[in-house]
Design a protein. Sequence first.
Length: 478
Amino acid sequence: MIEIDDELEFRLGEMTRKTHDMNIPVMIIIEGPPASGKSRLSNALYMALDAKYTDFVATRPPRDIDLRYPFMQRFWNHLPKAGDVNIHFRSWYAQYIEYKEAGITDNIDVDIKEISADMENFERTLDQNGYEIIKFYVNTSEEVRQKHLDKLKENPTLKWKAEEFEEHLELFDYEKEMQGFINQKQQIPWTEIDFENKNEAINTMFKTIIDTLEARVEKERTTAVERIVSDFTKYFESELFTFDFDKEKISKKDYKDILPELQLKMRDIQFQLYQHKIPLILVYEGMDAAGKGGNIKRTRQRLDPTGYTINAVSAPSDIELAHHYLWRFATDIPRSGHIGFFDRSWYGRVLVERVEGFASQKEWTQAYDEIKDFEKSLYNSGAVILKFFLSLDKDEQLERFEEREKNIEKQWKITKEDWRNRAKWDEYLEASEDMIKETDTGYAPWHIIPGNNKKYARIEVLKKIIAACEKVLNDERN
């Protein structure tokens, strides 16, 4: 029986109430080998916290459906919202070991050599955005663990649990792998707990959490709120958006001949991606009225609707604002063999949030690396990522806006916000150029598409998707 220090339990409750009131999300990671005592410690911790804003997340071995998604997907899905506490009983570390030791690549092409960097990037991204992460590794001697297993075997109702523990010990070199992580110099360090003295172990855990949260609360009280300011060039001249839009066009006849052929190729690509279990992520950004929706419509026109999803992104809801800004996109990433269209995306952080002052300069500048890390983690789990920026000139945009206002069937497409954004044309142009320069990578490239001629833009996007996918599929066959 574990005896908990009453004062420590009271202080723990007090501190988590404070972090709840201050909207600080807390993630407590508990790892440890089978029969080490981590279940009893986890339960004691869970019992001490307020159930209204505490969630217990038990990471079981991945099932077939889990293996259809990027490695970090399950953990993005389970992020606590602002002010909540998540207890992760086993975590991305245990999952990494299971993937690595079992050689899991059946349902998704995971580059396991890169996943440990993805995990560290995931933690750093959350840490930079206000998440408090506390990591514990629970262990005890092999002799004590064996006694625990023997005791379980003697109980007919718990014998299965002992057998499961022993099977896990045979399959995975968990302790060796975990010690490798613990010995690394990580941004968020581990606290090791020896469970041989149960009362001392729980008190160590409680005290560590209390000390960490007290320091965080004090830091929040003494840190000045960063003033949100615009940071734009007074007379901005673009380097990327310098098209001769009159040259980038296609005749109606050529369009009618070429489009159906490309759409049929795209349908064939879709089935090949499904066969090879390769997820395709298509991101569309661009100026208002540049034709993103129409472009997506022509790309998916002949696709099998059971194999793709459309994510039309609008302003975040209250629950989305209570999470990390990438959370609502991470939860919509397609599973292996499927296509995910994003009509606007996570790049809102460095576009509208920057221009309109919804994000501080620190937040949107650090987002460049956070987004690249996020996209790299998707790539490391086998995804093909293509990003399209549809550009048009200012006169063409005005013409389209006025046409929408006059046409009763298109009036729903034009809003006061569109006109307000147009008034900040230069700011959006500079933010877009910075975004492309900062986040154009080999694993998630940007393609700038001139969009004054919508038909030309649709053909160009389809050609680029098909070429990129054929290259990946050819590599799969060789």
